[in-house]
Design a protein around this ligand. Structure first.
Ligand code: AMP
Ligand code: ZN
Length: 490
């Protein structure tokens, strides 16, 4: 799918004032960067659906690149004044889940609940805002069966002899629909009419796809009744049913990683538009927005290649969710991002610079002041340009450099510090990086700091120095500030 995604732009200095723009995003459906205009006539409400995790195992940080991108977009729409309703489903019925549950001798539900819980722990650690709704596929069987019934009634789906139900691409096209709205397809080379029942497709193959999969012995108790016999839903139909049930037959934005463009999203369009629930002339989804993959040495990070890290792997190496979020947000969403452990060290250094500057401004802050307009404007201009996060970070670090210069000259007034911090609060409502606070030092470091202060008060300088050395060995120094001593990472 790389071909439909344009080359990344480079970040840069965005300080110069540009005319105010609307938010523009690359729409995979039109293969172009378009101005974002919500469907809501009042221009306020925005509905977003992001394909969520398949909870068969821990998600890897490649998966999280997509979810952090969805979080960034959702936060930015909020910053732009939209009222966002963000739906992210949980795929909790699927071939791999059934296989994994059988292998570990537990029920599929026990298996999926375990990994769903782990997913949300990681999601929170990465400072992603909770979606407004996280529907589980297994709790939407009724609307799924209803939707399949509509497709059967309209002659676009058929029951095979084993009781599975397939979507007929040929009939869909003959009914005047376009199959291939997100990708250009060569129908002459396609094996139209051939059926594929697996959830996973060979990218080159092309076939009618399963809406309902007849029960097989391996499914165990993972089965539901339907007018076509017992079985379970196919993956694509789950997303069509859940998104339309929660956001309406037409909604604003559908997100996911680039690997979902075809066939998953193309099939979602076919099912949803084939059911004919939209108002005349309205598409199922107005903007399709896809994130590029996270790479490792030039290859997609994936379970099947074995080249993946989970968040937990990186936490075990001493990195925190904030640092990992920073790395995942370090490149524009359409640019491929090559993951290295070195980039996490770079994140630590960059965030320490930011924290130090914010800490100094915090000490100077005085009174309530409006946010610094230049800084906010520059940030907005960068983000309006198809979420140009590289340019947005450019604005932030240009500002940090400028603030540090003026701080070193004692040339920052309390009002200026407040104005900058207020602008930063707005920016951070989007970036979700937060400020590292003193209290974020581990409890034992805070305890050592307090013990050192007590020793100094008691004029036991030998002990105070010993504690200082102990802190240093643990990677912390004590910085004297107008608000008293505080721990700082070396
Ligand atoms: P899954 O749990 O496999 O259904 O995938 C969840 C999400 O992660 C989907 O939106 C995928 O497109 C996305 N994804 C999978 N691998 C990567 C990767 N290496 N980089 C970015 N996103 C990915
Ligand atoms: Zn989906």
């Amino acid at each position: 799918m790389q071909a439909v995604l344009k080359a990344p732009r480079q970040g840069g200095n965005q300080w110069k004032r540009l005319p105010k723009m609307a938010l523009r995003l690359f729409n995979t459906r039109t293969r172009s960067v378009e101005e974002f205009i919500p469907r809501d006539p009042a221009g306020k409400k925005v509905g977003i659906y992001c394909c969520g995790p398949t909870v068969h195992n821990y998600a890897h940080i490649g998966n999280f690149r997509t979810f952090v991108f969805a979080d960034l977009l959702r936060r930015y729409l909020g910053f732009r004044g939209y009222e966002v309703r963000h739906v992210m489903n949980i795929t909790d019925v699927e071939d791999k889940i059934i296989g994994a549950a059988r292998a570990s001798g537990i029920t599929a539900q026990e298996h999926t609940l375990r990994y769903e819980k782990a997913f949300f722990e990681d999601f929170n650690a990465l400072k992603c805002l909770p979606p407004d709704e996280s529907p589980r596929a297994t709790e939407f069987i009724e609307p799924i069966v209803e939707l399949i019934g509509k497709l059967v009634d309209r002659g676009l789906a058929y029951r095979a002899t084993d009781g599975s139900v397939y979507f007929s691409i040929e009939k869909y096209r003959k009914a005047g629909h376009q199959y291939g709205q997100l990708v250009n397809l060569n129908f002459d080379q396609m094996r139209v009419g051939e059926r594929v029942s697996a959830d996973e497709y060979d990218k080159e193959s092309f076939a009618d796809f399963a809406l309902w999969k007849a029960q097989v012995p391996d499914d165990g108790s993972v089965t539901w009744p339907s007018p076509w016999g017992s079985g379970r839903p196919g993956w694509h139909i789950e997303c069509s049913a859940m998104s339309m049930r929660l956001l309406g037959a037409s909604f604003d934005m559908h997100l996911g990683g680039e690997d979902l463009v075809f066939p998953h999203h193309e099939d979602e369009i076919a099912q949803s538009e084939g059911a004919g629930l939209q108002e005349p002339g309205q598409p199922f989804v107005k903007y399709w927005v896809h994130a590029s993959h996270l790479l490792v040495e030039g290859k997609k990070m994936s379970k099947s290649l074995g080249n993946f890290y989970t968040l937990r792997d990186l936490q075990a190496k001493g990195f925190d969710g904030r640092e990992i979020r920073y790395v995942l947000l370090s490149a524009n969403y359409r640019a491929s991002l090559n993951f290295t452990l070195e980039s996490l060290n770079g994140a630590r250094t960059a965030l320490a610079r930011l924290d130090e500057c914010l800490g100094k401004l915090e000490e100077l802050r005085g009174g309530e002041t409006a946010p610094a307009p230049d800084l906010l404007d520059a940030f907005r201009q960068a983000m309006d340009d198809d979420l140009n996060i590289s340019a947005a970070w450019g604005c932030v670090f240009d500002w940090v450099r400028e603030a540090n210069r003026r701080l070193s000259e004692n040339a920052v007034s309390p009002e200026q510090a407040s104005a900058w911090l207020a602008a930063w609060a707005g920016i951070d409502s989007v970036l979700g990086i937060g400020v590292k606070r003193d209290s974020e030092a581990p409890a034992e470091i805070v305890a050592l700091l307090e013990a050192r202060q007590a020793a100094r008060k008691a004029r036991d300088f030998q002990r105070a120095d010993a504690i200082r050395d102990e802190l240093k060995a643990a990677g912390w120094v004590i910085e004297d500030t107008p608000k008293g001593p505080r721990p700082k990472r070396i």
